[in-house]
Design a protein around this ligand. Structure first.
Ligand code: ADP
Length: 444
């Protein structure tokens, strides 16, 4: 059963119940009112008759009594129950002497009273008149009831249908999106602040995110294939070159060295892609071990010395004598290599690179500073994205495809750390990597 039907059925049932209760109340209230009014009329007529009849010289004198008026019969008896005035009828109940109280035998309302001359005055009123009045109220109620219920159901149905119209439109729009496989479409219900409009706009926001994620995924796949194709085509070309010069050892060696370099490039690229994909899935599991971070910085610095020397860049460091941490040495090495080779790559001849290590209690901060070309604020927000390069012709890191910093960020996530950059174009940059010094055993 749809929500619409459920609401209409419940609403109609409740309206019906309410109408029945209301009508029952009206019928019983009208019954009480009619009887009360009849009793008052009866009491008034009997009271008048008591005033207007008296004994004079042993004879009954009557002054202007209507013995039948407005359905009320008036009779006057003596003390022995002999009828002195008024009509008699076989249908009338037998005379009783319940003085002053109205009795009701189901057919007649009767009031008997005695006046000051000892005359018994009886007033009678048929109750079937009242009954028929109340009966007609009942009949009217019974006719009105289904009409009220039908109107309530109809009204309810239209209101519910109107309120759910946007929901129907939203469902149609969602179906169209599914059928067309087009994530750029939106439900777009327009203005409105009711629940359905809010739900539709929540769906639209979700579609925004989905579209963005799909777009990124597509971009990632196409960028990755593109980056892998370049070294592959070089390898292919070098193989053909080597094969066609198989008798020339020198040329063959040259081709093999080129193949070896491209192989390294591909290895680095695939390694970075794998690390990023694992970090995305949350499966980049660190291998924790204790090591001296100062020692590691020294090793990485000396491995990059040649590269820095080519541009007369000096590498220096500010660090304690020793800083033992428990972390993934492989990951921290890759972070250092990425930050430092970037710093060398994006710093002009004669510049400097400074590595600082800071012990911040539970955390350790690695900062790699340079006085290189710097990064604009716009690009600072984007350099952590995969394949993003400010100037692709100046690429640096191991992958050389704009993957280095994305991988560093993935590692920060895996190590429960964080990354940041401070930079100004033309003045240099400071890249930091902060991570827990001794992650708890249970996090290992
Ligand atoms: P790649 O170095 O392969 O291009 P990265 O992900 O390591 O990729 O870096 C992304 C981009 O960030 C680089 O292309 C470069 O434009 C910018 N960048 C990184 N480090 C620095 C730095 N120290 N100084 C200036 N720009 C930098």
């Amino acid at each position: 059963m749809t929500i619409k039907k459920r609401i209409v059925v419940w609403y109609t049932l409740w309206m019906g119940l309410l109408a029945i209760l209301l009508m029952a109340a009206v019928v019983s209230a009208s019954d009480i009112l009619v009887r009360r009014e009849a009793m008052e009329d009866l009491a008034e007529e009997v009271g008048d008759a008591m005033e207007d009849a008296w004994m004079y010289d042993g004879r009954l004198v009557i002054d202007d009594i209507d013995f039948y008026e407005d359905g009320i019969y008036i009779q006057i008896f003596d003390h022995n129950g002999n009828l002195l005035a008024g009509m008699d009828d076989d249908d009338f109940p037998a005379l009783t002497y319940d003085l002053g109280t109205v009795t009701d035998d189901g057919r007649w309302l009767v009031l008997v009273n005695e006046n000051r001359d000892g005359l018994i005055v009886r007033g009678l009123m048929r109750t079937y008149g009242m009954g028929s009045y109340i009966g007609s109220v009942q009949i009217l109620s019974l006719i009105l009831l289904p009409v009220v219920i039908a109107l309530a159901a109809l009204g309810g149905y239209f209101i519910v249908r109107r309120s759910f119209l946007p929901a129907d439109r939203a469902i149609e729009a969602a179906d169209r999106i599914i059928d067309s496989n087009d994530l750029s479409r939106r439900i777009a219900l327009g203005e409105g602040n009711d629940e359905i409009h809010r739900m539709a706009s929540a769906f639209d926001s979700m579609l925004d995110r989905l579209e963005e994620a799909f777009q990124k995924e597509k971009q990632f796949t196409s960028d990755a294939s593109h980056e892998l194709r370049t070294p592959l085509s070089v390898i292919k070309a070098e193989c053909e070159y080597a094969l066609s010069h198989s008798d020339d050892r020198g040329r063959m060696e040259e081709a093999l060295r080129q193949i070896d370099r491209q192989g390294d490039r591909m290895m680095a690229l695939v390694g970075a892609l794998l690390a990023i994909a694992r970090a995305d899935r949350g499966t980049l599991a660190p291998k924790y071990e204790s090591f001296d971070l100062v020692e590691l910085v020294r090793v990485v610095s000396s491995s990059l010395e040649d590269k820095a020397g080519e541009k007369s860049i000096t590498i220096s460091s500010k660090m304690p004598d020793s800083l033992v941490v428990t972390s993934d040495q492989g990951m921290i090495t890759r972070v250092l290599v990425n930050y430092m080779s970037n710093a060398i790559q994006y710093t002009d001849e004669g510049g400097w690179v400074l590595v600082r290590l800071r012990d911040r209690g539970d955390m350790v901060e690695i900062a790699v500073e340079d006085n290189g070309i710097g990064i604009s604020e716009y690009n600072q927000a984007r350099i952590w994205d995969r394949f993003y390069q400010v100037d692709p012709s100046r690429s640096a890191s191991s992958s050389g495809a704009g993957l280095g910093l994305a991988m560093v960020k993935g590692m920060a996530d895996a190590l429960s750390g964080s990354v940041s950059v401070e930079s100004a174009p033309g003045q240099g940059s400071v890249f930091t990597f902060t991570f827990p010094k001794n992650p708890r055993k249970d996090a290992e």
